[in-house]
Write a protein that binds this ligand. Structure first.
Ligand code: ADP
Ligand code: MG
Length: 649
């Protein structure tokens, strides 16, 4: 392992927010006792937001919209709703809502705040995320939720009348549903002026929010409160040459930091679960070679695919002589604050959802981060003391990065939101030409908490009498990683085959086969959790399967509500494939779609030459996942709506 001689110190770039801390602030923190030994109240009073408590409460009273700007970790998410609760905003059955763009943030923050308030989670403090409602209709006073869930609630209660204050958190992220909520909430405020809004942001773009809320209303509609940032200087280092494999490079850098630097945890930014797992595996393999007396490494992952307990492990206080190495996705950029991080290793990449309106394909792509993100990531190293950020790219690359990431609404499939807005009665959608109103099915589809094509598939099951099976398939495609695919994909397919899951017709039926075990587990889920049903038994990912069980039961409630029959097709696979979701396209324009190695059709060719697929992932090549073979004639029956039809080669 080489030493860090290839590093070249640099700066965080123009407009950097990295060096704003004063020496004085530094002393305050360093001389204070560690968080672990302080009472909860004392910890709360040490947060930067505490000094602004009175002012914030005054603004919420006086203004319709209070825009709060403050560094990550200043206490916006955990403290503001509590201040409101303490000063009576949740009396008389009112609820304080706080939205998050990410599920992980909603759950981890709710757990923390429930502990601070001294209540059981789901009682006075709760959370609501898709497929998981840990709140109580009567008793919950502070509810953390994803922005998507609150938006969906407007379809049932257009004035959101149970809320006295709604805090739109992480607004700087400009997630799709945050933007849509900002749009709808401005209208709601007109009709229900007693509703108060808080828009919180970790960056200094507050003026655009202020202009938005005051335009067409009055100047007193909104105000900005700035919590001055307590930030320590962060030194930024760059690679001299680009790294061919940034995951490996991240491992190398983390390893060297551990050998060469004193105390302080390491936070590594990667793009997704697979990279995070590989990074931590490679790091773990090195651990036996640690010299005697060296700081011990505790490798930890943080991404949305983990269970809540697994996610919360990153907050555990570690023993002296150990160092947490946390490999995380973008979650750790602003939504979740981990104290004690002194070193940041930034791959410089992020995975985002993009939509190509020409091909009608949504995909996940790995793209370079924006300068704003890179600066925000570096800032994670300077929360409690001065730190260092290692960017895994040359300094010249920084200047070429886009200044900020375009808002999600400009790069995503808006089918679902359009349906939802229309269902809300907002027909004049950006003056968008839209033919006619929603069909009755469209209205109901808009209410389902799943992608439009899957919801549509549930409704279509009625015509083919296979509701039972389609429900299972819908649950299975909604989770990730039903099957555990070990390294080396073709071997894994063989393994699935050995397990007798593989269906010649494709992945949708293979998923259904996998669920014979799921059906077993529905009945004895509890005992299985204690028993020898190991995580990887039968090549099935037990945790993912448990989630599928829960999603299935939630979707079943929708089916019952919409009077959709739960008939079984009794093994008639043809009917199931006719109900499949998605569009028909394999070679579109000049783009070749590759079958994802996790598909059972990866190693075999579809007999008919035609397939449907559920999802596209854009990595080095464009890969399609979850496919099923279909008969070409069916296109004539069901595919007339699709403009482009191409046979697989
Ligand atoms: P902001 O929203 O301004 O980024 P937060 O309210 O999320 O700030 O965080 C305030 C403080 O609470 C931070 O110091 C953070 O480390 C701490 N904190 C948040 N969640 C947890 C948790 N689950 N466990 C321990 N500390 C936490
Ligand atoms: Mg926050």
């Amino acid at each position: 392992m080489s030493t860090l001689t290839f590093w070249k110190p640099g700066t965080a770039g123009p407009g950097s927010t990295l060096d704003r801390a004063t020496e004085e602030e530094g002393n305050v923190v360093q001389s204070a006792p560690s968080q672990g030994s302080l009472s909860i109240q004392a910890q709360r009073e040490r947060l930067p937001i505490w000094k602004h408590r009175q002012k914030l409460l005054h603004c919420v009273e006086k203004y319709g919209v209070t825009i709060v700007v403050g560094q990550t970790g200043s206490g916006k998410t955990t403290q503001l709703p509590q201040y409101l609760l303490e000063s009576g905003w949740a009396s008389e059955g009112n609820v304080i809502a706080c939205t998050q763009p990410r599920r992980v943030a909603a759950t981890s923050v709710a757990i923390r705040v429930a502990a601070e308030v001294g209540t059981l989670l789901g009682d006075e403090v709760g959370y609501t995320i898709r497929f998981e409602d840990v709140s109580d209709k009567e008793r919950t006073r502070i509810c953390y939720m994803t922005d998507g869930m609150l938006f969906r609630e407007t379809l049932i209660d257009p004035l959101l009348s149970r809320y006295s204050v709604i805090m739109i958190d992480e607004a700087h992220e400009r997630s799709l549903y945050t933007d849509l909520l900002l749009g709808v909430l401005k209208k709601i405020r007109r009709k229900r002026p007693s509703l108060r809004l808080i828009v919180s942001s970790a960056t200094l773009d507050a003026r655009s929010f202020l202009e938005y809320f005051t335009s067409g209303t009055h100047p007193d509609e909104a105000t900005i409160v700035s919590l001055e940032g307590r930030m320590f200087p962060v030194e930024v280092a760059y690679l001299q040459e680009p790294a061919p494999d940034y995951v490996r490079k991240a491992v190398e850098v983390a390893w060297n930091i551990n050998l060469q630097h004193g105390a302080g945890d390491i936070l590594i930014f990667l793009t997704g679960r697979e990279e995070i797992e590989r990074c931590l595996e490679e790091l773990t393999e090195l651990i036996p070679t640690l010299p005697r007396g060296a700081t011990q490494i505790i490798p930890l992952a943080l991404h949305a695919g983990l269970s809540t307990e697994e996610q919360l492990r990153v907050f555990n206080v570690t023993e002296r002589g150990t160092r947490k190495v946390i490999a995380a996705t973008n979650i750790a950029e602003a939504s979740v604050t981990i104290d004690g991080v002194k070193f940041v290793v930034d791959s410089g990449f992020v995975k985002i959802r993009t939509y190509n309106p020409t091909t009608f394909l949504a995909s996940l792509s790995t793209v370079p981060v924006s300068q704003a993100s890179a600066i925000q990531r570096a800032g994670r190293a300077g929360r409690t003391s001065p730190g260092i950020c290692y960017r895994l790219y040359p300094e010249s690359v920084f200047a070429s990065l886009p200044t900020s990431t375009p808002p999600e609404i400009t790069r995503t499939d808006v089918t679902t939101p359009i349906l939802q807005l229309k269902s809300l009665g907002i027909d004049d959608l950006m003056k968008f030409e839209w033919d006619g109103l929603l069909t009755p099915i469209g209205e109901r589809v808009a209410e389902c908490p799943i992608e439009v094509n899957i919801a549509r598939m549930l409704f279509a099951s009625k015509d083919f009498n296979c509701g039972e099976e389609i429900l299972t398939i819908a649950a299975m495609v909604s989770i990730q990683d039903a099957f555990v695919i070990p390294e080396g994909a073709p071997g894994a397919i063989a393994e699935l085959e050995r397990r007798k899951f593989t269906a010649d017709e494709g992945d949708h039926l293979t998923l259904l086969n996998g669920t014979c075990y799921l059906c077993l587990t529905v009945d004895c889920l509890r005992s299985i959790a204690y028993n020898a049903f190991t995580k990887y038994a039968h090549a099935l990912n037990f945790r993912a399967m448990s989630r599928a069980v829960s999603i299935r039961s939630q979707l079943k409630k929708y089916m019952i509500r919409f009077n959709l029959p739960l008939h079984s097709c009794e093994g008639d696979a043809k009917r199931l494939r006719q109900v499949s979701d998605g569009t028909y396209r394999s070679v579109k324009g000049n783009k070749t779609l590759y079958v994802h190695p996790t598909s059972v059709l990866f190693t075999r060719k579809p007999r008919t030459g035609w397939i449907v697929f559920h999802e596209v992932e854009e990595t080095k090549r464009t890969q399609i996942r979850i496919l099923s073979e279909i008969e070409p004639d069916w296109l004539l029956d069901y595919g007339h709506k699709y403009q482009h039809r191409h046979a697989a080669d």
